[in-house]
Design a protein around this ligand. Structure first.
Ligand code: ADE
Length: 246
């Protein structure tokens, strides 16, 4: 997969993209990330990327010309067919694991990082194919949001995670939060690992994990359960727990 990132602060990406799974994905040629500085596509001596908003008001707005010119340079000569051009903005659709899964199937993505008070609306209307927010809060720019997206997408590119690190039990991969995990020592400061996990009974362990996953989701993120089909037995786990709490 190739990901082109258009931004104003390219150095922000240096360290995060040189660590851990993203580093490994790049080294094994499963991922090619190209960072572009929007400022390089300005033509005035001050390399101006922003200007005052028409109609007045506080802050500055990113100009459309360097962003369009850079994006069109990247698109030139490549089959842009269905290439998603994602604008990172707090006004976008909330990022979910489903969106991440869909984007991980793409051969080529473009991510545009906004800054300052906003980006000229013509970038939203005539360049971006998708607008994504990583949460209901405002960052000082889209760079951190782009890093979050790249990280989430990279771990789903086939071949990036080894079988030991499979993403299949991740929280959100099946619409539920992940079950609790334990490792050695068996007892730490008098806190013991649930005995079922030491039993060697794989069927019972799988059932315990499913139950924990469902109960944890019901407690922490009950709205997620509206999207999940539960068996009668699984529903009874939730109602029993509610009864025990009252
Ligand atoms: N830029 C500023 N805030 C953002 C957010 N929450 N998500 C994506 N991009 C942003």
């Amino acid at each position: 997969m190739r990901i082109d990132i258009l931004c104003l602060f390219p150095d922000m990406f240096i360290s995060p993209f040189e660590q851990s799974i993203i580093k490994r994905a790049k080294e094994s040629n499963l991922l090619n990330i190209v960072i572009h500085d929007i400022r390089d596509y300005t033509h005035d001596s001050h390399h101006t990327v922003d200007d005052y908003p028409y109609g007045g008001g506080p802050g500055m707005v990113l100009k459309p010309e360097p962003i369009f010119e850079l994006a069109e340079t990247i698109q030139h000569g490549v089959d842009t067919g269905d290439m998603p051009v994602v604008l990172l903005t707090p006004q976008g659709k909330l990022l979910t694991q489903k969106i991440v899964r869909d984007l991980a199937l793409q051969p080529h993505l473009m991510l545009i990082c906004g800054h300052y008070e906003g980006i000229d609306e013509r970038v939203h209307e005539h360049l971006a194919t998708d607008e994504i927010s990583i949460g209901d809060y405002v960052l000082s720019g889209g760079e951190l949001a782009a890093m979050v997206m790249v990280d989430a997408i990279t771990r789903l590119i086939p071949g990036v995670l080894g079988s030991e690190e499979s993403a299949k039990d991740d929280s959100h991969s099946n619409g539920l939060l992940e079950y609790p995990q334990y490792t050695r020592p068996e007892t730490y400061r008098s806190w013991s690992v649930p005995s079922i996990l030491l039993s060697g009974n794989h069927e019972k362990i799988a059932q315990w994990r499913k139950r924990q996953s469902i109960l944890r989701t019901a407690t922490r993120r009950p709205e997620m359960l509206q999207q999940v089909i539960l068996s009668c037995e699984e529903k009874s786990w939730i109602s029993e727990r509610s009864l025990n709490q009252n």
